[in-house]
Design a protein. Sequence first.
Length: 421
Amino acid sequence: MAWAGAVVTALLASAAATDLRAATVKVLAQQRVEGLARLLDSLEASRYPAEATIELEIWVDGLPSTVGEAQRARRRETAALARARSSRWPFGPSRVVDSGEHRGVRGQWLACANPSVFHDEMARVLIVEDDVEVSPAWFEFLSRALEAPREPGLAGVSLQRQPYRLDAYASDMDHGRRQGSMMRLFDDEADEAYAFAHVGSWAFSPEPRVWLEFIHWFRGLDHTDPDTWSVASDGSPRRDAVESNLPFTESLPSRWYRAALASGKRKTTAGAADESSMWTAHFGAFMAARQLFVVHARLRGGAALAISYRSDGAHYSLEKADSRLFSEASLPADLFGAPTMPRLALSGERVQHLLTYVADADEATLRRRAMKRRAFERFSGGDRRLQSGDDDDLAIFYTLTNTVAESDVAGAVQGLGVGHD
């Protein structure tokens, strides 16, 4: 056991020493000409190491057969802009993937990055939609986030700012508050990188092995079945509460997806949800079942490493930036100052759970472990402080046999199959 722990610790330290020198930016576009130009301008103005290779792929989605000529003209203009800008991309190879079919937002996300195919094998990618603008320091953040000391369980790195709690509305806690009002995730201002139990899809770099596992898991799902996308306010999958007869309150992202399914805007025909729009709710449930987290940054003054203009499309029609873009070329010196990156639940509570690596854990095993954890919390008054021989709140143990160490230690390093005992 001591040997196994030492091996994993050494490998984690080795992984933390990774020096990112190559990445592929995958831009998802369709008919936002101005938005695509703005995004590409920001990518070209970003700061990259002199020796880095940054590949660019612009994925131009097809249009539904029902759209009019004005939209088709804008789509042709977008494709022409993509080809022109791709031809003069200065930081590495580039290409345009001009789809002849309409994939939709979800289809584009799932098609553009597949870590199992030639050229994309476990490559580091950043996926970004064409109504987003990125900070000049985005590559530095991605590189340092991958280098930073952290626990296993990484699902990816997001450039999106997360200002609010996602477990509940303020009106859920205080009935005197305005309906739908949000609660802040942080009560203070600081420059800090942290791991959060939500994806943040405005410029997201998925962990390759996790993304590959998600793609395989996602295939064949009934995407309208709540068991595939619903997560409780405490961050556990809905199915755990149902099977263990525990009280269940749905988290905000799950509520939003539920509303989207019921909304006429998300339907192609009466009673059928539009399968081409949203994927993040399913990724949230996938993360919850495996106790995975995504690295985010909070910056003083409400700045963000990527901002969305929430342009007219499948989800928004605001044409207004959600935050202020962090415009400095370098990150704050203390952004990664913590000895170990803090992990936050949807409520903003710091997670201090006992972690156990589960080799090749299936869904049933993960559910049993989560049910056991939730039952313990229920009968212990929710006190999750771990008792140990020192003053630390967090103890991490690695259950790793020689066979697992030889066959799938990379899974432990990357956080695949992580669950709580």
